[in-house]
Design a protein around this ligand. Structure first.
Ligand SMILES: Cc1cc2nc3c(=O)[nH]c(=O)nc-3n(C[C@H](O)[C@H](O)[C@H](O)COP(=O)(O)OP(=O)(O)OC[C@H]3O[C@@H](n4cnc5c(N)ncnc54)[C@H](O)[C@@H]3O)c2cc1C
Length: 430
């Protein structure tokens, strides 16, 4: 079955061929659609943004609310718009400058609400919703027609000249081994479980243990501690870092020097990136909230691990690695997501199009174009954005600024290649 996309042209015969099918309408997919539309070369008819959720960016907004995030960790220049000061102007125009939160030795950071409202403004201004097809992609294959690709979705098949994988941070929440044999109704949840609601977790009668040592665990523990007794349980001492990596990693020149000089697909690239990323760290403003909650007696911070747990009538009986136990407990995991190369779509696309995978299953990309390379070393028409592009985009690949970097590189490569098609007349906004 061939499906009419969100903006199908019913006057032409045969299935519509999109210039870009973008898989994932999160921060990265939406930001890229905005950049493509802003160029003027592409219209809404050229772009299909496939996203199963009803709203674009819903994945990010939901996660942010699930962990009780109040402000972004990144600064006011990081957003999905094309102009660096767009969010700041939006705040000023709406009299919301107070939602640009000042931070010591760092530019202002937006509140979550301001960031999301600005994102909605960008989406509306450019009618990006018109490109949204509410569906999931199940596979990508070659068509019989030249270099076009067939994108299989849960509502039918789309045809595309280029496909961009922007599927996010990872597939499944990571669950420690001791938790896997607990019954489904045990009071054990993961902060990234679909339907996790912190207000429900806060109503649990017994003590709550938040497992994790990064910003998500920190924010969640602060949030829950306003309603119930919480222990933040971390394997390591809490490490404090303001940003996810040093800001010079935002610049292509630095990435090219430090990463692109290492062999494509190599483990050396991943090692360099991991050494640069401040993973599992907590920014000082969250540390302050944790300290305040601890000072008020609402929160305990404990170093250690759960080694086993058993469900009882009143909650979990958990045992820690120092031999102590806690009864009637609830456990909320903030242990991250499984690595994004394990996302089923990555393996299936690689296999059906004969694309190269490198260390840990990451796609091997052409560093200049971000095209996923075929096993014969040529560029395919599949591009990658987000965490999956880390070996070429560097430590900020998954972040908001990473979306902008990818969009810039994709557009630059299009310009270098020259326009191979008669551009559609731009519609809507400029
Ligand atoms: C709570 C939280 C706070 C963060 N704060 C910041 C911050 O302050 N600054 C910063 O720079 N970064 C931050 N990040 C990191 C990063 O910016 C976000 O994770 C961001 O959402 C990544 O964008 P993305 O598009 O890659 O992933 P997502 O926003 O998760 O979007 C991926 C989308 O792909 C869709 N998808 C997956 N599979 C398919 C499929 N088969 N077919 C169709 N669609 C599919 C999903 O439904 C999802 O909507 C934060 C991350 C989290 C979780």
């Amino acid at each position: 079955m061939t499906v009419d996309g969100p903006d199908a042209d019913h006057t032409s015969s045969g299935p519509q061929t999109y210039e870009y099918v973008i898989i994932g309408g999160g921060i990265h997919g939406t930001c890229l659609a905005n950049y493509l539309l802003a160029e003027g070369e592409y219209s809404h008819q050229d772009i299909c943004l496939v996203e199963p959720r009803e709203q674009l960016l819903a994945s990010f907004a939901t996660k942010a609310r699930q962990c009780g995030m109040r402000t972004l960790r990144s600064t006011f220049v990081h957003h999905i718009g094309t102009e660096p000061f767009s969010l700041e102007s939006f705040a000023e125009g709406a009299g919301r400058e107070g939602e640009l939160v000042s931070t010591e030795n760092y530019p202002n950071r937006p509140t979550l609400d301001l960031f999301l409202d600005h994102a909605r403004y960008v989406i509306d201004r450019r009618d990006i919703d018109e490109c949204h097809l509410q569906s999931s992609v199940t596979g990508v294959a070659r068509t019989g027609a030249g270099d076009r690709l067939e994108v299989q979705t849960t509502v039918g098949t789309l045809e595309a000249r280029n496909v961009v994988l922007a599927i996010g941070l990872g597939g499944q929440p990571t669950v420690p081994a001791w938790a896997t044999s607990l019954p489904d109704d045990a009071p054990l949840v993961h902060v990234w479980d679909t339907g996790f609601d912190p207000t429900t977790a806060a109503k649990f009668a017994g003590p709550a243990f938040v497992v994790g040592g990064g910003i998500t665990a920190g924010q969640l523990a602060c949030n829950l501690s306003e309603h119930t007794d919480v222990t933040l349980l971390s394997r390591h001492d809490l490490e404090i870092e303001l940003t996810e990596a040093d800001p010079y990693w935002i610049n292509w020149r630095h990435i090219e020097q430090e990463i692109h000089t290492l062999p494509p697909g190599s483990k050396a690239r991943l090692d360099r990136i991991r050494a640069a990323r401040n993973d599992a760290t907590i920014p000082p403003y969250v540390e302050r909230r944790l300290d305040e909650a601890r000072d008020c007696g609402d929160l305990e911070i404990r170093r250690g691990e759960i080694t086993c747990a058993r469900a009882t009538d009143d909650g979990l009986l958990v045992r820690f690695d120092d031999g102590t136990t806690a009864a009637n407990a609830q456990v909320v995991l903030a242990t991250g997501l499984d690595p994004v190369p394990e996302h089923p779509l990555v393996g299936s696309v690689a296999e059906s199009l004969s694309l190269q995978r490198g260390a840990e299953g990451f796609p091997v990309l052409d560093d200049r174009t971000l095209a996923w390379q075929r096993t014969d070393g040529t560029d395919s028409s599949v591009y990658v954005s987000g965490a999956l592009a880390e070996p070429s985009v560097g430590p900020f690949a998954r972040n908001i600024v990473g979306a902008r970097r990818v969009a810039e590189r994709l557009l630059a490569s299009r310009h270098r290649a020259g326009s191979q098609r008669a551009p559609s007349a731009p519609r809507g906004r400029s």
